[in-house]
Design a protein around this ligand. Structure first.
Ligand SMILES: [Zn+2]
Length: 267
């Protein structure tokens, strides 16, 4: 079969969505958490041109209502609340009219706190201020919660997990005067999520919960088990993931286009 036809056909059949997880967008450091502004712009251009950009809220709504997802849906998310999201990503997102959701670590917003993994770094990693978070809301972007202190929820007592999850929702809602519906699990791999944690997220009043692993979502995805895909260092790998040719699995890129897993069974 002609290659292009095959891809089109497969996309029609699959009806999956990709939710990409970004962390930082800047040009002064090079590491897996950081996407350069040039690369970010290239990716946004491609997403706007070749894919169906969709807001996370719309996507969640479609899954909630059991609607078949349109092919090539791509949602853009950011974790942690770094200031460079506001400074560098927002202008590009606005230029290409792309929706995005920002999962912020509420206790780090408006503070000079440093995440443990950024300690000792040669460059600074300032966080957004509440004014900047409010400005994101005003511009139509969604704000989600990512705990207060970016704790590994499975490594703390349930009582503390509850405070971290519910507390971040309350704090953000107080600051932005808007309901916070989405939660993303810090670290977000299988070792930081459990049925109990998902139960706490549900009890806290969230409508959906996102991991940072697992691949695509489909209309049959559980709203509290929504998977995401990582951002890749280059456009080719990113598109291979979005087009379902390859995926990042257990630390390496693997050709395994139809790798749908049910992670709940693996916890
Ligand atoms: Zn995080």
């Amino acid at each position: 079969m002609e290659k292009v036809k095959y891809i089109e056909l497969r996309n029609k059949i699959m009806n999956y969505a990709n939710i990409i997880t970004f962390h930082r967008v800047n040009d002064y450091e090079k590491n897996p958490l950081t996407t350069s502004t040039t690369m970010f712009e290239k990716m946004m251009y491609e997403i706007g041109r070749r894919y169906q950009p969709v807001s996370l809220e719309t996507l969640v709504d479609e899954i909630k209502n059991g609607r078949k997802l349109r092919p090539k849906n791509v949602a853009i998310t950011f974790d942690d609340g770094y200031r460079d999201n506001f400074l560098n990503a927002i202008p590009i997102l606005r230029e290409y009219h792309l929706p995005a959701t920002f999962f912020i670590t509420s206790g780090y917003i408006n503070s000079s706190k440093i995440f443990p993994w950024d300690e000792g770094s040669l460059v600074e990693h300032p966080m957004m201020s509440w004014d900047q978070v409010r400005e994101l809301c005003r511009l139509g972007f969604e704000i989600g919660a990512h705990t207060i202190n970016h704790v590994d929820l499975r490594k703390v007592p349930v009582k503390l997990a509850r405070e971290e999850i519910g507390g971040s929702k309350a704090q953000i809602e107080r600051e932005i005067s808007r309901a916070v519906k989405a939660f993303s699990v810090p670290f977000g791999d299988t070792s930081s999520i459990s049925r109990d944690i998902i139960g706490v997220v549900r009890e806290a009043g969230f409508e959906c919960c996102f991991s940072a692993h697992g691949g695509k979502v489909t209309k049959d995805s559980d709203l509290f088990e929504l998977h995401r895909v990582p951002v890749y260092p280059n456009l080719i790998e990113m598109k291979m993931e979005l087009d379902n040719f390859m995926t990042y699995f257990d630390g390496e890129m693997a050709i395994h286009p139809f790798r749908y897993r049910d992670p709940i069974n693996r916890y």
